[in-house]
Design a protein around this ligand. Structure first.
Ligand code: FAD
Length: 334
């Protein structure tokens, strides 16, 4: 493999509600820094139907080039079709680095592409850097239960691929009117070649609160004693207009669904205010909420590790304190 053939930093651009998904904007921000260190171009790979406008938006957030696959066959995400487009693009244009958001789509696509290309994939990265002279990607992620950070290198193969957690990288400010080069691409793929058919899209009926987008998150842990105690978390969240989060232990106990889990194997959140109620503060939880603006913890154990990670701590029984908080906030907010 001749490394000199591989140039450029690429980001797989995910679409959400007709715009670029926030995680892809964050990756364009991170990718820009890598590209500048390597003195190379930053490109976005856009796959979908009627996605031409996304290219302009990618330029405004840092991309120099957009590879666009615009075809009705890409209307819905399907592993098979998107993988074929991405593989064709990689084989033709040979990027040095290829980043995907660690979303369900990004993880699915990255792992499918990695099975076909003779290269590796670092999953769930939280830090990225590149060696200026060699182009070696330094992809770091928590390992061994979050106790150490492992930096993973792909020394012998190209492209170097990583999925990156949402909310850990920073998007650049939008530079209106910034332009770049659009390269239209296509692959000879017809619907009858594709084994997967999308028959219907059924939206989840559960009232799903997006904890990774909320300004306030009220999160509860095992200290609430059971599903009934956990209702206090919902009540406090309702009063504050907040999203509800949980530790892994309450998710595993079935007190709340997995998409509410905060931490290493759940979501990374950065709300303005984070309440940790009856949560011990294990490192695997802390890594998912430590960048919140203001952290308020309630725990009956004054030695609980969460008190080392919060701005304000209340030592006491959550079952007594949370009802007081609910009444207090209700009165204050009218
Ligand atoms: P506990 O550890 O049982 O803590 C309960 C806390 O409540 C204690 O501090 C106790 O003092 C307090 N308490 C008890 N009664 C009361 C009361 N009446 N009032 C007030 N406080 C009270 N965890 C996550 O959260 N997210 C993850 O993504 C995650 N990923 C993991 C990945 C790996 C590979 C591993 C090994 C673990 C992971 N964990 C994760 C689990 C993590 O290590 C902890 O086990 C978990 O966070 C503990 O949940 P908890 O704080 O709710 O429960």
């Amino acid at each position: 493999m001749n490394f000199d053939d591989y140039r450029g930093v690429w980001v797989f651009i995910e679409e959400k509600d007709g715009a670029i998904a926030p995680v892809s904007l964050e990756l364009l921000g991170a990718g820009r820094q890598l590209a500048e260190k390597r003195k190379t171009a930053l490109a976005g790979v856009i796959i979908g139907e009627n996605v031409g406008d996304l290219a302009q938006s990618a330029f405004e957030y840092g991309a120099d080039v957009a590879y666009v696959y615009d075809d009705p066959i890409f209307r819905h995400y399907r592993t098979e079709t998107f993988m074929k487009a991405m593989l064709a693009c990689v084989q033709k244009h040979k990027p040095e680095i290829l980043l995907y958001g660690a979303t369900s789509t990004g993880k699915d696509l990255a792992s499918a592409v990695a099975t076909d290309l003779p290269t590796g994939l670092t999953a769930d990265t939280t830090q990225l850097d590149v060696e200026e002279d060699t182009g070696l990607l330094l992809a770091s992620r928590p390992a061994f239960g979050g106790n150490i950070m492992a930096t993973i290198l792909c020394k012998k193969y190209r492209p170097q691929m990583a999925t990156v957690r949402p909310k850990v990288m920073k998007a650049l400010p939008c530079e209106k009117g910034r332009s770049g080069e659009i390269i239209q691409e296509s692959i000879p793929l017809v619907e009858s070649d594709v084994r997967t058919k999308v028959l219907e899209i059924v939206r989840a009926t559960e009232k799903r609160v997006k904890i990774d987008e909320a300004d306030i998150v009220v999160a509860g842990g095992k200290g609430l004693g059971g599903p009934q105690g956990f209702q206090l978390v919902h009540r406090l969240a309702d009063v504050l207009g907040a999203a509800v989060g949980g530790s892994r232990d309450v998710v595993e106990a079935g007190w709340i669904g997995h998409h509410h889990q905060v931490g290493q194997t759940g979501a990374t959140v950065t709300p303005k205010i984070y309440f940790a109620i009856g949560i011990s503060g294990a490192i695997q939880h802390i890594v998912g909420m430590q960048n919140s603006g203001l952290i308020i913890a309630v725990n009956k154990d004054p030695k609980a590790p969460i008190f080392g990670a919060c701005h304000y701590g209340i030592v006491g029984d959550a079952l007594e304190i949370v009802p007081l908080l609910i009444e207090g906030f209700k009165a204050a907010l009218g």
